[in-house]
Design a protein around this ligand. Structure first.
Ligand code: SF4
Length: 516
């Protein structure tokens, strides 16, 4: 017997299905991102079930899936006016569990709930196309449902409405927006028998040939990546795909297909074309020489920044199901920030904010900013990837208009270190990436995130926040431990920016304050 999940694995990668069936012990343990996704999915699923009311059928999950499906059919037949949730279905060796069968005249609407936002076009109004793997998912269920004789009168995705704001009082009636996909899944439904037959062949056969690639993260990060990488042929030391961004990847594809280049060392510099040609050529030059490239323009830009300089970083939480009034699904709400203040060259203060109360941290956050960052001293607020900090500030202003003028002043003073790095620096160890986690090791090798206790990256910070703020079982001692871990992590992020700024200015290191 195969399940819907098996077929989804097959559609992503034949080897993934085979490994899940025959060598599950090779999977990596759950990472923080997958644990967060799972927690979001569970909560969203719970609210979706609640919205169907108390009078629903909820068939038991039995070890024997055929018995479970038969039992569900009997319950549906016994109560023909009720909707059902988590309904087991089975046909021709394929098992699926429907999130909801919503009772309508003449049958049921098959409803699949996802902890994903309703897709919108850039105008944020017109619906965009649903994700292909969501359509695969519901098509597999629709096929099992129809073939097993359950009357289906529609199929829809139940998605989070990202335009809706939580009104408070536990009212989640507007959280979901349904996407009618009945007319979008016909071809996929017709393909299910072929998928099923092919997947059965994979499970019965030897481990399929496969190499790692983009499909390993599309639509889901594959947990067998480490194992498969160990089987891949030796990787090119300087693959042409190190060229960054969409334009770099497109150019790499063209160079590989048209010229047979596999290495970034191979093209002549004038073959690295396009609006980002100087960047691509600098990257190539660094890989050819094995040496970092730092352009003098970086120092000119940094020297032009006045004091005090505020090195600033937010940590935010994006709840699929908002808890605070006025907040949208997955809206990032800052619960923490760190700020290293350089009063004069090499003279530092540090200030921070962290709210683990579980209440909306927005107003305390901006109030503490006002106390620390003089609204009128004109000092640059240095960040790394300004879109994030700008976005959070503007959203605070939108939800709390009393702070709009203050936010406007701060936003106008944001200075993004990322484009300065990108336009002026590259080291071969950055492997085509300008993320702070790639830049820092070549600028300050002793500032190692892996040595931080507990919280070492952004998703880990979110998980720590969720535990400290909302887990009713968390002890005071554990909350205090998380508090310290989050502070250390965020402080390191802003000190990393200080290191990068000093490196860009003079190519040397600032003296680290005590406690860093
Ligand atoms: S890591 Fe990639 S190649 Fe390996 S099983 Fe997963 S998806 Fe397939």
């Amino acid at each position: 017997m195969l399940s819907k999940s098996d077929l989804q694995s097959y559609l992503q990668c034949r080897r993934k299905l085979w490994l899940e069936r025959h060598r599950p012990e090779l999977a990596a343990p759950d990472d923080p991102s997958s644990r967060r996704r799972e927690a979001d999915g569970n909560l969203v699923g719970e609210i979706a079930r609640q919205q169907l009311g108390a009078r629903i059928i909820w068939p038991p999950a039995l070890d024997n899936q055929i018995d479970a499906a038969e039992g569900a059919r009997s319950q549906l037949a016994d109560s023909p006016d009720l909707s059902a949730v988590e309904a087991p279905m089975f046909h021709a060796g394929l098992y699926a569990r429907a999130d909801a069968l919503v009772r309508r005249p003449g049958g049921y609407v098959l409803r699949e709930t996802k902890a994903s936002s309703f897709p919108l076009k850039p105008d944020k109004v017109r619906p965009n196309a649903p994700k292909p793997h969501h359509l695969d998912d519901i098509a597999i269920q629709a096929w099992v449902m129809r073939e097993s004789g359950l009357p289906m009168v529609g199929a829809e995705l139940n998605l989070l409405d990202s335009r809706w704001r939580y009104p408070g009082g536990g009212d989640y009636s507007g959280l979901f927006r349904q996407y009618d996909v009945a007319d979008k899944i016909a071809d996929r439904c017709a393909a299910v028998p072929a998928w099923l037959q092919a997947a059965e062949g994979v499970v019965a056969g030897a481990i399929p040939d496969a190499q790692t690639g983009k499909h390993c993260a599309d639509p889901h990060d594959c947990t067998f990546k480490a194992y498969c990488l160990s089987l891949d042929p030796p990787a090119e030391d300087h693959p042409v795909e190190l060229l960054p961004d969409t334009a770099g990847k497109a150019l790499a594809k063209r160079l590989r297909e048209a010229n047979g280049y596999t290495s970034i060392l191979q093209p002549a510099p004038d073959e690295l074309v396009g609006a980002q040609a100087p960047l691509f050529q600098r990257i190539q030059s660094a890989h050819r020489s094995g040496q970092a490239v730092l352009l003098p323009a970086a120092a000119t830009i940094m020297d032009g920044l006045p004091y005090p300089r505020y090195f600033f970083d937010f940590e935010g939480i994006d709840l699929a199901v908002p808890r605070w009034v006025g907040v949208r699904p997955y809206e990032q709400i800052p619960f923490q920030w760190s700020c290293h203040i350089e009063r004069a060259l090499g003279v530092f203060d540090h200030a921070e904010f962290l709210d683990l109360s579980g209440e909306d941290p927005s107003v305390p956050c901006i109030e503490r900013m006002r106390a620390v960052i003089d609204p009128d001293d004109g000092g640059p607020i240095l960040v790394y990837f300004a879109n994030y900090e700008r976005g959070r500030l503007e959203e605070i202003a939108e939800r709390h208009p009393a702070y709009a003028a203050l936010v406007q002043k701060y936003v106008a003073r944001l200075v993004d270190l990322l484009p300065i790095v990108r336009d002026n620096f590259y080291h071969p160890a950055m492997r085509g990436s300008f993320s702070i986690k790639k830049v820092l090791p070549v600028v300050a090798p002793d500032l190692n995130y892996a040595e931080l206790e507990g919280v070492q990256e952004g998703t880990g910070a979110q998980i720590a926040y969720l535990e400290a703020a909302f887990d009713s079982k968390v002890t005071d001692a554990r909350r205090a431990e998380i508090d310290q871990q989050l502070r250390s992590y965020c402080r390191q992020d802003t000190w990393a920016m200080v290191e990068i700024a000093h490196f860009l200015a003079a190519g040397n290191r600032p003296e680290r304050p005590a406690g860093m």
